[in-house]
Design a protein around this ligand. Structure first.
Ligand SMILES: *Cc1c(COP(=O)(O)O)cnc(C)c1O
Length: 362
């Protein structure tokens, strides 16, 4: 039986990538040593890091004024590094509050400065993105922070706020980076932990306008918390998580082979439509409470009529080879995460299972 992993993260990695990594784990490039045994100061590793950067630039169409860095500590370390590096005064950075992860980002920023939460969808139980049509950023904000896809709540921005007064826009894209076509020029900085869309844990991919680091008023940052360290030393000031970077290279190779982000965008759209259609056609047996224009294409959250039925659903799905469907502990029910590595076939298997389950227990 073919297994499909719907886990939110760590999540599914393309089979072809896993296969190649398995071989090269023992013997990289015919060297007779494994990729994890390779010194980061070798030409071979230097090629890995360069190729990864080239792949990412190609895939996301990133101009040279942006740097690309790999920083340990996941997205959660970025929650602190961003205010620590980008504050131009102590009284203002601005956050749009859309759920669990944006809240974590706010809490870390509050350790550095006064944080303005200039918009929030808490009143709507985070079942939407706030209406930003009339929203305006503050002229004296050091930056504005958004979370483009809310992994736990299953909401997603399908257009981004327009910035005024040259205030930078910073985005946590951990769970939707490279899953849809995005114009990097709308952002001054984008970051993503790698274990959702891009491979295994261990890193945050950080893409930012190099100019941003000149703004900071804090000139005395610890070396490892200063973006300049990563930019000027190509993420090799100290020993980087070499295996994670290598996996990022393989995943981005695979993405290019598939036809890049445009192809992923179309497939991801189709995959999510198949599931939402099933949910909406079930007459309320399966319920997704997110307002339709803000539904996430990659994390689909739904409920069954009772908690017991949800438990049974998760249990029986596992027996059928559909893993990782349990929702986050803060939101009950089911969550199907389907990033780039999840093929349409896996989603069809899930929909068939939903059909069968509803017929048996409806
Ligand atoms: C998973 C996730 C995080 C946290 O990532 P870590 O690598 O565990 O720190 C932050 N933001 C979003 C949107 C996420 O999905």
């Amino acid at each position: 039986m073919k297994i499909f992993n719907f886990s939110a993260g760590p999540s599914m990695i393309p089979h072809k990538v896993m296969d190649k990594a398995q071989k090269e784990f023992l013997n990289y490039n015919g060297m007779g040593i494994g990729v994890s045994e390779l010194s980061h100061r070798t030409i071979e590793f230097s090629d890995i890091i360069d190729k990864t950067e080239n792949n990412i630039r190609k895939l996301m169409n990133i101009p040279t004024e942006y740097s690309i860095s790999y920083i340990p500590g996941g997205a959660s370390l970025q929650f602190y590094m961003i205010p620590a590096n980008f504050l131009i005064n102590w009284w203002g950075c601005e956050y749009i509050h859309t759920g669990y992860w944006s809240e974590k980002a706010i809490v870390e920023a509050q350790k550095c400065c006064y944080v303005r939460v200039s918009s929030s969808s808490r009143d709507a139980n985070f079942r939407r993105i706030p209406n930003l049509r009339k929203w305006k950023n503050n002229p004296d904000s050091s930056y504005v922070h958004i979370t483009t896809n809310n992994t736990i709540e299953g909401t997603q921005y399908h257009s981004y706020p327009e910035m005024e007064y040259g205030v930078p826009l910073v985005a946590d894209m951990s769970s939707d980076i490279m899953t849809k076509v995005t114009d990097i020029k709308q952002f001054d900085m984008v970051y993503a932990s790698t274990q959702k869309v891009l491979g295994p844990t261990g890193l945050a991919l950080v893409i930012m306008k190099k100019k941003l680091t000149e703004r900071s008023y804090n000139k005395n940052l610890p070396t490892m918390l200063d973006y300049n360290t990563y930019i000027h030393e190509k993420s090799m000031h100290n020993t980087p998580p070499t295996f994670s970077v290598y996996m990022l290279m393989l995943v981005t190779d695979w993405l290019l082979e598939q036809g890049g982000i445009e192809t992923m965008d179309k497939i991801n759209m189709l995959k999510s439509e198949v599931i939402y259609e099933k949910i909406d056609a079930s007459g309320g047996y399966y319920k997704n409470l997110v307002e339709a224009p803000h539904r996430s294409r990659v994390n689909i959250v739904f409920r069954l009529p009772t908690k017991d039925l949800s438990e049974l659903f998760i249990h029986q799905a596992e027996e059928e080879g559909l893993l990782g469907l349990r929702g986050h502990r803060s939101v009950e029910g089911i969550r199907a995460s389907m990033y780039n590595a999840m093929p349409l076939e896996g989603v069809e298997r899930l929909v068939d299972f939903m059909d069968k389950f509803e017929r048996t227990h409806g």
